[in-house]
Design a binder for this molecule. Structure first.
Ligand code: ADP
Length: 401
């Protein structure tokens, strides 16, 4: 059984709290990714699970056993790191079996495990090669093979793909998913790359400054981010944010107003400062928005820069305000300096769009996809301002209670 439980784990160094009161409950067989910007405490968290670091406070339980202060060798884990250190003078077979030989496993058991791992990783024909005869991807596979032969209850992986080129990384992503499907072993994976986290994991644990921000399936983090940090970190390009104020049943921002369902009046009070979040794919040219059940009123805008991506086009648009003259809009564009992009939005449109730069247009937002955050605390207030239901109700729907 590969359950891993972190109970109030804190790790302090002299003048920095690397991990602050972390609680995680990872189920047997789950693929959980710790993701967040550099320095947020991902590796330290993983190191406490591995036994490479003893937490300052809190406990760590693996498979029902409190391992908080046990050395790595007494935990049922295997690690794969970013820097693959294969022994240069040993062939692949010996590199993979080294740990087992140290532990005095019988040679037929070693051969069985190496053969099985080599089969899973499709490196059977590399077993006699020396490390310097392998490509980067092959070396990484051998490193993973070395972990697999241990047959641990939990795999811990710290940015194992970071040193591979972009194409190989995407390929190895698929391989790791396949591996997980086959082994059904718990994997705890660390990356700063949100795309990697989104594509591979059963759940992702988003961290910032030592704090766990949200742990949920990738699409829940995408569709129902718990706060501004998660909303901005998950998704590429990032969600648009615009600061606004509640006036009656509308959120007023500099560039546009959005009407919300009156059933939110209880949660949103007159004058509340909220941040409106909208993903680029939920902003539409008004003329393409025919199928939206709940669009905003048309918002006057002008296209700025276009970025054709092949399967979609990213269009930066400058909002011209509901009553603004063209002259005002030009001035506004030049002054667009606010953290929450007072008057610029990023919109994603179909690749066959005929939009050009510096073109006047009207856009609408899908109100069913408008997120609201409390500007002061950053916490999510709503992920759908049309249908009644608080964030708490929306969350309990995906948490199953
Ligand atoms: P991440 O893996 O998310 O990049 P880390 O867990 O490596 O972040 O680091 C979290 C914070 O703890 C950083 O501020 C880092 O500088 C600090 N830190 C990590 N290890 C040590 C250490 N051995 N001594 C002092 N500070 C450390």
């Amino acid at each position: 059984m590969g359950d891993v439980i972190l109970d109030n784990v804190t790790k302090r160094y002299a003048d920095v709290t690397a991990v602050d009161d972390m609680n995680l409950d990872i189920h047997d067989g789950e693929f959980v990714t710790l993701v967040g910007p550099s320095g947020c405490g991902k590796s330290t968290t993983l190191e406490t699970i591995a036994g490479l670091t003893i937490p300052s406070e809190g406990t760590i339980t693996i498979a029902g056993v409190d391992v908080t202060t046990r050395p790595p060798k007494d935990r049922d884990i295997a690690m794969v790191f970013q820097n693959i250190a294969l022994f240069p003078h040993m062939d692949v077979h010996d590199n993979m079996s080294f740990g087992l030989r140290l532990r005095d496993y019988a040679s037929d058991e070693i051969d069985r495990r190496v053969a099985s791992a080599a089969d899973i990783l499709q490196i059977e024909d590399l077993l006699d090669r020396m490390p310097d005869e392998l490509s980067g991807g092959q070396r990484q596979r051998v490193a993973i093979g070395r972990a697999i032969v241990r047959e641990p209850a939990v795999f811990l992986m710290d940015e194992p793909l970071a040193n591979l080129d972009a194409k190989l990384r995407v390929h190895m992503r698929t391989e790791l998913q396949r591996l997980h499907k086959e082994l059904e072993t718990t994997i705890i994976y660390v990356t700063h790359d949100q795309a990697e986290a989104m594509t591979m994991s059963d759940r992702i644990a988003v961290m910032n400054e030592g704090h766990l921000q949200q742990i949920a399936p990738p699409l829940v983090c995408y569709d129902q981010p718990a706060n501004l940090f998660v909303a901005g970190f998950i998704g590429s390009p990032s969600m648009n944010f615009v600061d606004g104020t509640v006036r009656a049943t509308e959120i007023e921002t500099e560039g546009f107003d959005v009407e919300f369902d009156p059933s939110y009046v209880d949660e949103l009070g007159e004058g509340d400062e909220v941040t409106v979040g909208i993903r680029p794919e939920d902003v539409y040219p008004a003329e393409d928005a025919g199928e939206l059940a709940n669009p905003t009123r048309p918002i006057r805008a002008r296209t700025d820069v276009l970025e054709p991506m092949g399967d979609e086009i990213f269009v930066y648009i400058i909002l011209r305000g509901e009553d603004a003259s063209d002259t005002d809009a030009d001035t506004g564009a030049a002054g667009a300096a606010s953290a929450h992009g007072v008057d610029e939005l990023l919109m994603s449109v179909e690749p066959d769009s005929t939009l050009t730069d510096d073109e006047d247009l009207e856009v609408v937002l899908d109100r069913e996809k408008v997120h609201l955050f409390d500007t002061a605390s950053g916490d999510a207030v709503s992920h759908d301002i049309v249908h009644s239901g608080s964030v708490g109700e929306q969350r309990s729907a995906w948490e199953g209670g």
